[in-house]
Write a new protein. Structure first.
Length: 71
């Protein structure tokens, strides 16, 4: 998923996306272990997307904390 689309989501929606991608990563790893996965590059893509989700969620949390501190 594109980072610009992820930035439009709320923290709750980002948490939901994180859970979905973690589950997909688990399934991909399982398929790879069994020998059913043909496109192994999808594992790398999902890992990078998870990192994007966590980064953007952290940025949003930090922005919320700094806004709260200013008030």
């Amino acid at each position: 998923m594109d980072a610009t689309k992820l930035r439009e989501l709320t923290l709750d929606e980002l948490q939901e996306k994180y859970s979905q991608y973690k589950e997909e990563l688990f399934n991909l790893r399982f398929q790879n272990a069994v020998g059913q996965l043909k496109n192994t590059s999808r594992i790398r893509d999902v890992r990078k997307t998870i990192a994007r989700v966590l980064t953007i969620a952290g940025e949003k949390r930090q922005a919320m904390a700094s806004d709260a501190a200013r008030r």
